[in-house]
Design a protein around this ligand. Structure first.
Ligand SMILES: *Cc1c(COP(=O)(O)O)cnc(C)c1O
Length: 487
C-alpha cells in the first residue's frame, strides 16, 4: 500500500526552514522569565525541512481530503453546507479572539450584549422564550434539554416519570442522552417513516417524562400529525423535546415552538455557519418554552438597567460546562443570521427544493421506499435493479471516483441498504445536475459492468480498507506503519 510520506521522513539533518534567534527575544519574554528547571535537556525531535518542503507537504496532504470546499458533499443528517468566510472573519477579530472568560464583566459588556442578541434571534427563529448558549455540542444540548425536562417534573414533586419515548427513526444520540440521565427509553416503531398516533397512544401514561422528535425526521419526512402528537403527550403531563440539529429545512417556514414543542436544541455547527466534523468546537444551544425558562443552566446573561451581568437563578439546572459555551461559534452564528437575515426565508424552501429535485430525478434508477415529497433530505433503498448484486457500500465507494463525498449509508436503520442524501440549500442547479448524472452513470455501470462498481474506488490514494482492522488496530505512528509495510 502506498502512503503519503510523512514530514519526518522528508527530514534531512541540518536543513532549516526558519530559525528563531536569541536576539528575537527581549527581556520579560516568556523565554527569559521561565524557571530553568522547565527547560528540556535534549532538543525536541523535530523534522528538519525547508519552508518550501513544509508548504508543499501540507498542501499535498490537504488535497487528499474531500471537503465541502473541494466538491459536493451530500451527507444526509449532517447538513454539510458551505459556511460563508465572512463569519470566520468576524470570529477572528482580535476583540473576540483575545478575550479571557475571567475578565471583569465591565470590560466585556458589548460581548454579553451579543450573547443576548443571539439568544433573542434564536428565540424568534424557534418560537421559544428562552435560550442558553452554554452547551458545546448537539448531544450535549440534548443532555441539558433533558435535564431541564427532569428538573421540571421533579421540582413539581413528580417522580413517577421514568420513561422517554423515541421513534426508531431517531438519531442515535437521542436514546443515548436519555439513558445518561437514567431514563428508560421506549422505541416507537414508525409507520411509512412517520410517527403513527395510534401506535403512540397506548404508551402514553403518567410514567412518561416526554417524547423526543426530529421534525422533519431523519427520513426527511414532516410529522404531519405533530399537533395531535403534542396534544396527546401534553394531556398525560409529558413534555415534547425537539432535536433541531439540522434546522435548515424549517428556517423561514415553521417553528418548533408553534408545533407545541417545549424544549429543543440546535446545532450551530450544522445550520448556523460553523464547520463541523473532525471534533472541532461546536455549540448546541437549548431553547425552551415560557414555563421552562427558569430551569435553563447558569450562568444566565441578564440585563439590569443598561448593564449586562451574570445571574445564577435558584431553579437553574446547574452549570453545564466551563464558562458560557463556545463563544466564537456563537459569533459565527450571529454574523450568519445577520448577513442572511434578508434571505433567511429562502433557506428552508431551497433546501427542500434541492432534495426533491434529486429524489425525483433518480427515482427510476434507485429504489424509493416512501413516495412522498421529502423535506431537506431523503432515503433510497439501494438500486432499483439489484440483480447484479451491487450494494449500497459499492455505490458509495464509486462516488469517490468522481471527486465527490459519498452520501450517508446504512442510516437510518429502518431502511434496508439505505442511502441518505442531503444536498442543502447552498448548491446550484448545475451541481445537482452533475450529481444526478454521476448517480445515473453508476446505476448504469451496476447493470452493464458491475465489477467496476464492486471494486471501487479506483482513483483514490487507497482503495477499500479493512475498516474493522483499522478501527481495532490503528497504526498511529509512522515507524509502526513502516513495519506494517514491510510485512
Ligand atoms: C448531528 C446530530 C446530532 C448530534 O450532534 P453533535 O453535535 O454531533 O453531538 C443529534 N441529532 C441529529 C438529528 C443530528 O443530525
Amino acid at each position: 500500500m502506498a502512503y503519503n510520506r510523512l514530514i519526518f521522513e522528508l527530514s534531512s539533518p541540518g536543513r532549516i526552514g526558519f530559525e528563531l534567534t536569541q536576539q528575537g527575544f527581549q527581556d520579560g519574554d516568556v523565554s527569559t522569565t521561565l524557571d530553568a528547571s522547565l527547560f528540556r535537556d535534549t532538543p525536541a525531535d523535530l523534522p528538519e525541512v525547508s519552508e518550501l518542503e513544509v508548504v508543499r507537504h501540507y498542501t499535498k496532504v490537504s488535497q487528499k481530503n474531500i471537503g465541502i470546499e473541494s466538491g459536493f458533499y451530500p451527507l444526509g443528517s449532517c447538513t454539510m453546507k458551505y459556511n460563508p468566510k465572512i463569519n470566520d472573519e468576524m470570529a477572528s477579530l482580535d476583540g473576540f479572539r483575545l478575550i479571557h472568560p475571567l475578565q471583569p464583566l465591565s470590560t466585556v459588556q458589548p460581548l454579553l450584549k451579543l450573547y443576548n442578541e443571539t439568544a433573542t434571534m434564536l428565540n424568534e427563529i424557534t418560537g421559544m422564550k428562552g435560550t442558553t448558549l452554554n452547551t458545546f455540542a448537539g448531544a450535549h444540548g440534548e443532555l441539558i434539554g433533558l435535564m431541564v425536562m427532569k428538573h421540571y417534573h421533579e421540582l413539581r414533586g413528580d417522580y413517577r416519570r421514568t420513561k422517554v419515548i423515541i421513534p426508531d427513526s431517531a438519531h442515535g444520540t437521542n436514546p443515548a442522552s436519555a439513558m445518561m440521565l437514567g431514563y428508560e427509553t421506549i422505541t416507537l416503531p414508525s409507520k411509512d417513516g412517520l410517527v403513527d398516533i395510534d401506535t403512540l397512544l397506548p404508551f402514553l401514561d403518567d410514567t412518561i417524562a416526554g417524547i423526543m422528535l426530529t421534525n422533519p425526521n431523519t427520513m426527511g419526512l414532516f410529522e404531519k400529525d405533530i399537533l395531535k402528537i403534542s396534544k396527546a403527550v401534553h394531556d398525560v403531563g409529558g413534555l415534547l423535546y425537539y432535536d433541531g440539529a439540522n434546522l435548515n429545512p424549517l428556517l423561514g417556514i415553521a417553528r418548533p415552538g408553534d408545533m407545541g414543542f417545549d424544549i429543543m436544541h440546535m446545532n450551530l455547527h450544522k445550520t448556523f455557519s460553523t464547520p463541523h466534523g473532525g471534533g472541532g468546537p461546536g455549540s448546541g444551544p437549548v431553547s425552551v418554552a415560557a414555563h421552562l425558562v427558569d430551569y435553563l443552566p447558569s450562568p444566565v446573561v441578564t440585563k439590569v438597567g443598561e448593564d449586562y451581568t451574570l445571574s445564577y437563578p435558584e431553579h437553574a439546572c446547574g452549570q453545564v460546562g466551563g464558562f458560557y459555551g463556545n463563544f466564537l461559534v456563537m459569533i459565527r452564528a450571529y454574523s450568519y443570521i445577520r448577513t442572511v437575515a434578508h434571505d433567511l426565508m429562502n433557506v428552508g424552501p431551497n433546501a427542500v427544493l434541492n432534495a426533491n429535485y434529486i429524489k425525483e430525478s433518480l427515482k427510476n434508477d434507485y429504489k424509493l421506499v416512501i413516495q412522498k415529497p421529502c423535506m431537506h433530505e431523503f432515503v433510497f433503498s439501494g438500486l432499483l435493479d439489484q440483480s447484479t448484486g451491487v450494494k449500497t457500500l459499492d455505490i458509495a465507494k464509486r462516488t469517490l471516483d468522481f471527486g465527490i463525498h459519498a452520501p450517508t449509508i446504512y442510516f437510518p436503520l429502518l431502511v434496508e441498504q439505505s442511502i441518505m442524501i442531503e444536498p442543502t440549500e447552498v448548491e446550484s442547479k448545475e451541481t445537482l445536475d452533475q450529481f444526478i448524472a454521476i448517480f445515473k452513470q453508476i446505476a448504469h455501470e451496476a447493470k452493464t459492468q458491475p465489477d467496476i462498481v464492486k471494486t471501487a474506488p479506483h482513483s483514490t490514494p487507497v482503495g477499500r480498507l479493512d475498516e474493522v482492522f483499522a478501527a481495532r488496530f490503528p497504526t498511529l505512528h509512522f515507524k509502526a506503519l513502516q513495519k506494517v509495510e514491510q510485512k
